[in-house]
Design a protein around this ligand. Structure first.
Ligand code: GAL
Length: 684
């Protein structure tokens, strides 16, 4: 069973990110008072301010933040203090260049940006331990301090590490894991292309190769190593802070980034997880063309759903409050009137109890001059500040929803081996990313709240049986343990939906020599005879399910029933395997498995969810247009429904029986119109 989170906010509250070092001290008091007047009661400070405390190696001075905390105490603003390790100072990187991270070809990243360090340099660890100790020892007892943020956005900007220290640490990681080189050579299939190692010193973190094609099994272990390094770096800091943190105060870090087991980091090092939510990336002008435009800012609900799987009651450490941009990258417009409220409500609807806006005022210098805060450079009151106050008033009206549990009948199963294998293996990636997107879209447009649930070392079947339906889209990598958990889930009455390529690989990412779905074949009562990508020339391949044609996506496993009770529900209606099974249902224990040979699309997910009886769980209570999202939360026997309109056009919803509008406290029913970006919260 996963560890329960140590800390929960017991009310909904607002905060902002403040950088005392960016402003003249004469502004501090006025700023904090103005925050309070607009409903902001907490600030985060300090996370990049190493040289304010250690301006030269070994010289410590605490006056700057002492003076600031005095102002915080006078104004009664609460403070989350950051450890400053994301920005080692110039004196440090200059004297000890081995603390710097490197590109894959070994060239060092130089001073001038942030997160330029590596986690494994013993020298960097020594300096970090000392500065964290100094911060904790001096500031944690201050009555205004209520919590700590470790570093800033671990694995943001760079999530690959290629320094000398990383290679040395990677070897130790591998020695611990494999004990012998024989075992490592075996696990990595090193006989392929003469990669067999005869000395540990021959092993490096992946290095530049032709096409940058590295051994996939090595790279999978390398990602595990990066994650392990990041978690250990975070834990190193929290172990120090623990000595000083006052009872009731918390330790967090702000995420959520890649090549990182965020669940393990939370369980081992944090009391609560926080997330940085920037939905306006959806409108970025210079965006990565691979990034999906589907649903725009509503896509952040997918990320928030993921955050909820890490920590059910989380905080937003940075909630967008202005246009985005650095001087070197990213250009996104300002939130339109109402969007700050919408995005704050989106966070709350998905499980956030604390929402902190980034940042109080836009910086007038540095890389982030276009990363706008609530206030602009001119420091005048503006419509964003007024909107913050409206958010505060709104939050008071829905205070009783604080700490409520999000509800979902269906969850998508994930695990880190498969997420990371999909980064290494483009075949896997194509399937995994496409299905994840389509399942999310299907759940959104069909108003079917969903969760993510991770198969972790600590996961027990009770964490799965909370859901009537689980979809494990493409569990290529199966282990005995994961298969046993899923089997137990079905035995206890769960309904498991599996997609193409389930059971193709082992935990090293090597293909297994058994028919798919491998370790799950007993539960699925089915087998995979053959498989293929749906090539561009094939257009699309439908399956025929009771006379209805449904697209089977981009990859097809051609199935065969093998269990005596296995029943073919649908057959492929095209390509050379026309008439062969595409979807097989098998009863097992008290539950059942649907083994689907394709990848998921909005339409087939809708049909599957309808078939298993979890589509649109609130349709008896309200009808919604497609541009509105619905989430549901429960607390002490009461259910709260959040309805969010993501578009400028008014949206009409229809409430079929009287419910309480949490803002007006009145019973409402019938047609209700939500204006531009408007949100509603109802108690059933
Ligand atoms: C976040 C980061 C902040 C700030 C902001 C705008 O990723 O945590 O420190 O940099 O983005 O770039």
């Amino acid at each position: 069973m996963r560890k329960q989170q140590n800390f929960k906010w017991n009310t909904l509250s607002l905060g902002t990110c403040y950088y005392p070092e960016h402003w003249d001290e004469s502004l501090w008091k006025e700023d904090l008072k103005r925050m309070l007047a607009h409903g902001i009661q907490t600030i985060r400070i300090g996370e990049f301010a190493w040289s304010k405390v250690e301006p030269r190696e070994g010289e410590f001075t605490f006056e700057f933040f002492d003076r600031f905390l005095e102002v915080a105490a006078q104004t009664e603003i609460k403070v989350i203090f950051g450890t400053p390790t994301a920005t080692p100072p110039a004196w440090l990187t200059n004297a000890y260049p081995e603390v710097l991270n490197c590109r894959m070809d070994g060239v060092k990243f130089r001073h001038g940006m942030r997160r330029h360090y590596n986690y494994n340099s013993p020298i960097y660890q020594k300096f970090c331990k000392r500065i964290v100790e100094k911060f904790g020892e001096h500031y944690a007892k201050h009555p205004s301090v209520i919590g700590w943020q470790i570093d800033n956005e671990i694995n943001c900007e760079v999530d690959e590490f290629y320094s000398e220290s990383d290679t040395l640490a990677f070897r130790e990681f591998l020695k611990e894991k494999y004990k012998t080189l024989d075992a490592l050579n075996q696990a990595w299939g090193a006989v392929f292309w003469n990669q067999e190692y005869t000395h540990w010193e021959e092993i490096y973190v992946p290095r530049t190769t032709i096409h940058n094609s590295t051994n996939p099994h090595q790279t999978l272990d390398y990602i595990r190593f990066v994650s392990d390094s990041a978690v250990r770096f975070c834990k190193m800091q929290s172990d120090i802070l623990r000595k000083y943190v006052k009872p009731g105060d918390f330790i967090t870090t702000n995420g959520m980034f890649q090549n990182l087991d965020n669940h393990r980091m939370t369980d081992e090092a944090l009391d609560v997880y926080t997330y940085d939510s920037y939905p306006n990336f959806a409108y970025c002008l210079c965006e990565d063309p691979k990034h999906s435009k589907n649903l725009n800012d509503r896509r952040w609900s997918d990320k928030l759903t993921e955050v909820r799987s890490i920590c059910p009651h989380f905080g937003i450490m940075e909630q967008q409050s202005g246009a985005n941009g650095w001087n070197t990258r990213m250009e996104a417009p300002a939130p339109k009137p109402g969007q700050m409220m919408l995005w704050a409500m989106q966070s709350i609807a998905h499980g956030a109890d604390y929402v902190s806006f980034f940042r109080w005022r836009t910086c007038t210098f540095g890389t982030e001059i276009y990363w706008h805060g609530i206030l602009d450079y001119d420091n005048r009151d503006n419509r964003k500040l007024a909107e913050v106050k409206r958010i505060y008033d709104r939050v008071q009206a829905i205070q009783e929803t604080a700490g409520a549990e999000n509800q979902a009948a269906v969850a998508v199963v994930k695990d880190y081996s498969n997420i990371w294998d999909a980064k290494v293996d483009v075949w896997h990636q194509r399937l995994a990313w496409s299905s994840e997107e389509e399942i999310f879209l299907a759940s959104q447009v069909n108003h079917t709240p969903m969760d993510y649930v991770y198969l972790l070392d600590s996961t027990e079947v009770e964490e799965l049986t909370r859901y009537r339906v689980l979809i494990y889209p493409h569990g290529l990598i199966l282990s005995e343990r994961k298969a046993a958990l899923l089997k137990a889930y079905v035995e206890e009455g769960g309904c498991l939906i599996l997609g193409a390529r389930t059971g193709q690989k082992d935990e090293n990412g090597k293909c297994v020599m058994m028919p798919m779905p491998g370790l799950l074949a007993e539960v699925t009562g089915s087998d995979v005879r053959e498989f293929t990508f749906v090539g561009p020339a094939d257009d699309k391949v439908n399956m025929n399910w009771n006379g209805i044609l449904l697209d089977t996506g981009i990859f097809n496993d051609i199935l065969e029933p093998i269990g005596s009770n296995a029943k073919v529900l649908a057959e492929y209606a095209g390509n050379y395997y026309k008439g062969q099974p595409a979807l097989i249902e098998n009863p097992y224990g008290n539950g059942k498995v649907l083994h689907f040979g394709g990848t998921f699309t909005q339409e087939n997910v809708k049909a599957l969810l309808e078939y298993v009886g979890v589509l649109k769980p609130y349709c008896d209570i309200l009808e919604l247009p497609k541009d509105c999202e619905i989430t549901a939360k429960e607390k002490e026997g009461r259910t709260y429904i959040f309805v969010l309109n993501y578009v400028e056009e008014p949206q009409e919803i229809f409430i079929k029986r009287a419910v309480k509008d949490m803002d007006t406290k009145e019973q409402v029913q019938g047609k209700i119109c939500l204006g531009a970006y408007e949100t509603k919260v109802y108690e059933l």
